[in-house]
Design a protein around this ligand. Structure first.
Ligand SMILES: *Cc1c(COP(=O)(O)O)cnc(C)c1O
Length: 401
């Protein structure tokens, strides 16, 4: 089994993103969507920034060469060491809650920092279609709940008390959140920033971080909704973002990379069980954890290929595509109509560039796969670059000993 990233596709999507918004916007890639160093380096070279949420993500992005002014630290749960790290490197820091705010304030009484520091707001505009990815529901674990009694006043007081609070942040959610909902959450947050600046009598809030979350279409090759559509709606709903008065940061993850990744597994064996055709491959739960645990929301298109990698020519038959993990749920597609697969064929799982092979679920001690970046020349020649070799048996052993 191996996974592939289309670096040209990613480059052109980044260009679409940059063209959709004014040049002054900083687009910080949400590193958790796909953490591989070569990808981060590519994105940095295209002018993107990085949004990180752990010391490990920070270190990967730092080594990929992002400038501090292009980075933001957003972890919902930060250790004191992580807060220190962000403050000392001067990257933007978004505070999640009032206790964290008190801690940062106590640190800043003793040290200075170049970080732009903001507070993450939960505008409580409601959940999208997928509860697990909706961060702006009434009792979400993220940010300060704007509509809870007393919080608006408490937030205003915090900005009055701390002149170093010069940012504000929201991230309404991801897959399953309609654009209208995302715009509504950002509008609430920007309205608060404007209210604060007016109350303070000067523009204390200089940076608005509007989060990421543009959903991805997993049903076809089309990129919908597009960055241009989202930007057009934002211009209409939240014109202050485009006024030039704020440094605006975005944090798109999945929409930058999901459609430019794929996973290919060889069919090792096939069987018929209770009348059902089953193809057994290594493209399973280990790299497609959401797909197997929540197939209703994370189903992926699958193509059947022959042993030469060409589209398989055979009778269409509903088949289960089963993975290698020792639990029954490790099935990435149920009764999917596909050309009848045989040992030596391949299954190609589409749109796996985000939150799939880059966020493996290590089960049964299965190794993380080879990851290749590829490019296609004008003459249709494909070049592969192994950006991360599969774990060896020794590496798997080392991970647990
Ligand atoms: C996960 C996350 C993102 C990216 O979300 P996508 O749906 O991948 O665009 C952005 N900001 C924050 C704070 C996040 O947690």
């Amino acid at each position: 089994m191996a996974a592939f990233l289309d670096f040209q596709g990613i480059t052109s999507t980044v260009a679409d993103l940059q063209a959709a918004f004014p040049e002054t916007f900083v687009h910080a890639f949400a590193a958790k969507a796909n953490l591989f160093q070569s990808l981060l380096t590519l994105l940095r070279s295209q002018g993107m920034g990085a949004e990180v949420a752990s010391a490990g993500e920070f270190e990967l992005a730092w080594r990929a060469g992002f400038e501090p002014s292009m980075m933001v630290y957003d972890a919902p749960v930060k250790t004191k060491a992580e807060i220190e790290l962000a403050l000392s490197r001067g990257i933007a820091l978004n505070i999640d809650n009032f206790q964290e705010l008190d801690w940062v304030a106590s640190r800043l009484a003793h040290r200075s920092s170049n970080s732009i520091i903001g507070i993450r707001i939960n505008p409580q505009v409601g959940a999208g279609e997928i509860e697990a990815l909706s961060t702006a529901s009434r009792s979400s674990k993220f940010g300060v709940a704007l509509k809870d009694q007393g919080n608006r006043e408490r937030l205003i007081q915090a900005y009055v008390d701390h002149a170093w609070l010069t940012g504000i942040h929201t991230h309404v959610g991801s897959q399953g959140c309609p654009l209208e909902l995302m715009c509504a959450g950002i509008a609430e947050t920007v309205a608060l920033a404007e209210e604060l600046n007016t109350a303070l009598g000067h523009q204390q809030i200089r940076m608005i971080d509007m989060g990421g979350g543009l959903p991805v279409n997993f049903d076809s090759d089309e990129m919908t909704p597009s960055f241009a559509q989202y930007a057009a709606l934002l211009r209409e709903r939240v014109p202050a973002l485009f006024s030039g008065r704020y440094k605006v940061m975005t944090e798109f993850g999945r929409s930058v990379v999901a459609k430019h990744g794929m996973t290919i597994g060889r069919v090792e064996f096939t069987k018929v069980s209770g009348g059902r055709h089953i193809a057994l491959t290594h493209a399973g739960a280990h790299t497609l954890v959401r797909t197997v645990l929540d197939p209703e929301h994370w189903s992926r298109r699958i193509s059947g290929l022959d042993s030469q990698g060409r589209p398989k020519q055979a009778e269409m038959v509903p088949q289960d595509i089963a993975g290698p993990c020792c639990f029954q749920g490790d099935v990435i597609a149920h009764l999917r109509p596909l050309p009848l697969l045989e040992p030596g064929d391949y299954v190609l799982v589409h749109d796996t560039g985000a939150y799939c092979f880059s966020t493996p679920f290590q089960y049964n001690g299965l190794p993380n796969p080879d990851i290749y970046a590829f490019t296609v020349s004008d003459r249709n020649e494909v070049t592969f670059d192994l950006i991360k070799a599969a774990q060896s048996d020794d590496e798997v052993v080392a991970a647990y000993s």
